[in-house]
Ligand binder design. Structure first.
Ligand SMILES: [Zn+2]
Length: 262
């Protein structure tokens, strides 16, 4: 059954970082707030071997709420054994997904070859195991499309989290199996170009995310203010509601369930 927010039976945050050190000390309260607000599932993305254990522990404590995901983010330095550790977490954590990983030409001193090598390892694993893959891409869309069009891809598709590519690329990526998640940050007035791109995302490929604790939405979508401008994952309900003014969000929760259910 699909109903509209805020009274829907399910409410998903397709991408956050609940394990982040900035939630230390308030995490239990944040989780309680999420449940009270009606958040039923969220995908918690690890970004490096240092935080993967925290992600796995959170999922073990809240198996009904948290879908764990493990990846090496392009901002993080690879350790010598990161890949073996990643495989270990995938093998031992129920419902484990892959990500956040990807390509980034926005950061300083990026190393294209290293990023490609690391991303391809994630992509190959996701394809072999047909696991949900959450992809980060900043200013590297041409490179990403080139990789996606020339490699085997997971049968279930893949998620482009906080999609910031062009409107023109949307159909090409959708054809490859892309899902696109809309971040609350895109509700800021200055992100109008991104909203134009989301206007052409098919309703059956659209998801919604907070990327908490980062990417604070504008104040009309903040129901749960936190100190130091942290973004609270329970804001996802207000993001959903605000986005419904210009996007067809009727399928976002079903899409999230379908994509992330193993
Ligand atoms: Zn993220």
């Amino acid at each position: 059954m699909r109903t509209e927010c805020p009274h829907s039976l399910t409410m998903h945050d397709a991408h956050n970082h609940l394990q982040h050190i900035r939630f230390d000390g308030i995490r239990d309260q944040v989780i309680t707030d999420m449940r009270t607000t009606g958040v039923t599932r969220c995908v918690v993305n690890g970004t490096c071997p240092d935080d993967w254990k925290k992600v796995a522990d959170l999922a073990r404590r809240h198996p009904d709420l948290i879908i764990p995901s493990f990846g090496l983010h392009p901002w993080k330095k690879p350790t010598t054994d990161w890949f073996e550790q990643l495989v270990g977490y995938l093998d031992t954590t129920p419902n484990a997904c892959i990500g956040e990983c990807g390509l980034d030409r926005w950061m300083e001193d990026f190393d294209v070859d290293l990023q490609e090598d690391i991303f391809l390892k994630h992509l190959k694993l996701a394809t072999e195991r047909n696991l949900p893959l959450s992809i980060h891409c900043l200013k590297a869309w041409g490179h990403l499309v080139e990789i996606l069009e020339s490699h085997p891809l997971p049968e279930r598709g893949f998620l482009l989290h906080s999609y910031g590519g062009s409107k023109e690329l949307v159909p090409r990526l959708a054809k490859l199996g892309a899902y696109f998640s809309f971040s609350g940050y895109f509700l800021h007035e200055k992100k109008h170009k991104v909203r134009e791109a989301f206007a052409v995302v098919p309703a059956d490929r659209l998801l919604i995310e907070t990327d908490a604790p980062d990417m604070l939405p504008p104040k009309e979508a903040i129901t749960h203010p936190l100190p130091e401008n942290l973004n609270h994952p329970a804001n996802v309900a207000a993001i959903h509601q605000t986005a419904s003014a210009f996007l067809d969000v009727s399928e976002v929760d079903a899409n999230c369930m379908e994509f992330f259910t193993l």
